[in-house]
Design a protein around this ligand. Structure first.
Ligand code: NZQ
Ligand code: ZN
Length: 404
């Protein structure tokens, strides 16, 4: 187990009806006027926004609304919201929504006190020094942003989607009411589950050897999702399954599943290769849902790299899917390859069983779309990146091609 720093300062308030406690919980943070950030209409339609407004007012917390965050949030929206936050002098930012609303809220929270453009934090290495407190009412378990020290924003003009990491903007509060997720379309539910599994896998395949406690936590999160996801597909109002998925999304990405698995105690575990490959997809094609992109990319990445450490993949096969190599029936090399490929097939088959795409062709992408992805990937990550098996741009090109 390598040295690590685990910092998860978020207060998670979880359960039926907790949405109505958001006002008192925000007031308890000492906030008096918040920017209320939300997406493109779902929280209006479901009545969640009205409940939040009522709860804030009852607790004496003033709010100014900034709606309209799109999926794969864009920096132009963030800039406008920062101007609004400065004008009305909010002392905190409250997101109501999924990862896009929360990430937009985070960017506003650290962009507001800054004396330069917010995109400088993402593209030009500016250091995040200060930040307004961030809170959220989660409506879509997926990105794990409610407990993460990550924020991902797109810039359409540059066809780039970039993330920043810092503990400065880790949310202070997450209101997690599984009933709010009853209204999720199956596709978003499935994309969310896929994203969570990818968050666990990025840490599991971090290039560090076995860390049994953390590895079992990781396998347990994935197994719980594989159990719960079909249940909510069959019955969208299955509370326990919805609750399992919601909490799994947080644990998948608040770094619990990476303790002892990072190369240095000050950095997050994992090389985040699949995420880097996927972020190019949703940067160039903002209509692609992040989790759906991962459903294609993660298995393709696994097939490309598993030979760098077959034993790690065998552990994954055993602990997640109960697959063991049949060494008594086949030569050892073939038995290992069969077991690993079988586990990757199982994983990809699970994503597809939820309605996730199987190939880049399902997004109407073809050979001609690959080179632009590789060009901006090199710009964003350098000519070689990753931990499990450092990827050259030729590797990345091959992974994209294999996913066509
Ligand atoms: O915009 P509205 O109308 O609210 O609709 C949203 C949106 O269309 C809808 N939705 C949300 N809650 C709903 C609902 N519809 C019905 N009922 C509900 N309860 O779902 C759609 C997708 O929402 P979005 O917030 O975009 O999804 P998600 O939570 O998957 O977030 C994706 C973003 O997070 C980033 C992704 O790259 C992407 O930009 N990520 C952020 C991370 C982080 N900050 O730690 C890590 C992740 O790896 C990821 O990169
Ligand atoms: Zn993700």
């Amino acid at each position: 187990m390598n040295d690590f720093t685990y910092y998860s300062p978020t207060k998670f308030v979880f359960g039926r009806g907790v949405t109505d406690a958001v006002g008192s919980e925000v007031a308890a943070l000492g906030l008096t006027r918040v920017l209320l950030v939300y997406g493109q209409g779902s929280v209006e339609r479901t009545g969640t926004l009205d409940r939040v407004r009522t709860s804030l007012s009852a607790a004496g917390v003033a709010y100014v609304e900034a709606g309209g965050v799109r999926p794969n949030p864009e920096v132009t929206w963030v800039r406008a919201a920062i101007a609004q936050a400065r004008k009305v002098a909010v002392d905190g930012v409250l997101a109501v929504g999924g990862g896009s609303a929360i990430d937009a809220a985070k960017a506003v929270a650290f962009g507001t006190p800054a004396d330069h453009d917010v995109w400088d934090f993402f593209a030009h290495g500016a250091r995040i020094e200060s930040c307004l407190p961030v809170a959220s009412v989660l409506t879509l378990p997926a990105a794990g942003s409610e407990g993460s020290g990550s924020c991902v924003i797109s810039c359409d003009a540059e066809e780039r989607k970039l993330g920043v990491s810092s503990d400065v903007f880790r949310p202070k509060l997450a209101i997690m009411d599984p009933e709010l997720t009853f209204t999720l379309p199956p596709y978003q539910t499935a994309a969310g589950v896929t994203d969570m599994i990818a968050h666990v896998c990025e840490r599991y395949f971090s290039g560090v050897g076995a860390v049994p406690l953390t590895d079992q936590i990781a396998a347990s999160i994935i197994r719980s999702l594989i159990d719960a996801a079909p249940r909510v597909m069959a019955d969208p109002q299955d509370y326990d399954a919805r609750a399992t998925i919601m909490w799994a999304g947080t644990l998948a990405h608040n770094d619990l599943a990476g303790c002892g698995r990072s190369l240095s105690p000050t950095v997050r575990a994992g090389g985040w290769e699949s995420h880097a490959l996927e972020h190019e997809l949703s940067a160039h094609h903002p209509q692609i849902t992040h989790g759906a992109g991962l459903a294609v990319i993660l298995p393709a990445w696994m097939r490309h790299v598993w030979k760098a450490d077959p034993q790690r993949f065998l552990l994954f096969a055993r602990d997640v899917f109960g697959i063991e190599p049949a060494c008594d029936l086949e030569p050892a090399d073939e038995a290992i390859a069969d077991a690993v490929n079988c586990a990757i097939d199982e994983l990809q088959g699970f994503f597809q069983s939820l309605g996730m795409p199987a190939s880049l062709g399902d997004f109407d992408l073809g050979e001609a779309d690959i080179e632009p992805l590789v060009t901006t990937l090199a710009q964003n990550k350098g000519e070689r990146f990753g931990h499990f098996m450092p990827l050259t741009m030729d590797d990345c090109r091959a992974i994209y091609r294999s996913a066509l």
